[in-house]
Ligand binder design. Sequence first.
Ligand code: HEM
Length: 403
Amino acid sequence: MNTAQQVNILSQEFKANPFPLLAHLRMEQPVRRVTLPDKTPVWLVTRYEDVKALLTDERFAKSRYNALTPEQLRKQPWVPPMFRPLERTMIDLDPPDHTRLRQLVHQAFTPRLIERMRERVQTLANELLDAVSRKGEMDLIRDYALPLPMTIITEILGVPIQDRDKFHRWSKVIVSVNQFNANWRVFPAIWKFIRYLRKFFKVRRDDLRDDLVSALIQGEEIGDRLSEDELLAMVFLLLVAGHETTVNLIGSGMLELLQHPDQIERLRCDPSLIKSAVEELLRYTAPVFMSTERYAREGMTIHGVTIPRGEMALGVIGSANRDETVFENPDTLDIAREPNKHLSFGQGIHYCLGAALARLEAQIAINTLLERMPKLRMKGSPESLRWRPSLILRGLESLPAKF
Ligand code: HEM
């Protein structure tokens, strides 16, 4: 393989099988510069230890405002004022702003609290399968992997369930962007999403309920309150991160199980393996394939390559998870793998807030599917599958199956 060749991290070929190229980069160019369609340079970091360091090193900022020179900031594309609150989601901020915002919601997502949702997730999984059970076939993404996390995060927040298709339509466009800078193509979806949420907050303010949005409006937990713009950024992030990720874990996880008959059989025979199976599917599929962006606050030299101040680096989680110096037989799917220190939920202060929820949803979704559909198989060849366009997520458009 020629490393001088253009690495197109957005192509269908890369999405379908990125692993040989990533193995090559880990070996030959562990810090590799690529350019996005808008010509922004991005540094891909592919080795496990380097990805871990990138995610935890304070010399890499989450907010571009904390890293770019005034000159670089002046050259940044214009963002319409209406969209500016969305630049202040906790995932794009550094301490102390990040710390304050995360504290306001973390209690709603602790493993203990999430465990209480087990019954609800189980009921929903059964209802979704009931709805297709007579048809003999389904699209595992549209009918199951997507509505399950979408419904749950909607219920947690208190957003009207009948609107979930609407906001998924918008979030689908938003996560399909192939660059980090403002992109005119997605403006209408962002605009509609913001308008919808602002209207919804008005309704909730007059009719507080037992849901997370009401709690955030009241600032109950620690006597701190969010401004209207912070509330918008928070709910936007939770709605999008709460379903656009887990859909890929359930979807790509099922694809891998269906393509590894020995492993799916092992799980069917011993459903108690589900916890380690989901960890292995997280490692193997890396639903959030690239970390979100980090900006170098100063020139950062890694393996002799310097990332200049203000430029953007991405940790390739899907590559770190296959690093042969950390995982034995990294390209083998082993649902009982132990230890399994994958980086699929990130590392450090931005470690995934929804990890416990995602785990619970995937464990229930996969075991319920295997139990209720013993004859489940793919409809069509793996080569015919299409991968969703997205810079950081990796997931299928659809996964037709028969049962
Ligand atoms: C399989 C499903 C999921 C995966 C693989 C995943 C992965 C990740 C990763 C890798 C990060 C860190 C990104 C970085 O540091 O650049 C992250 C952060 C985050 N995730 Fe998840 N996530 C999943 C599900 C969820 C769910 C269900 C929620 C809903 C609550 C959620 C909410 C968040 C939030 C709010 C952050 C930002 C945390 C912070 O900045 O402190 N995620 N996730």
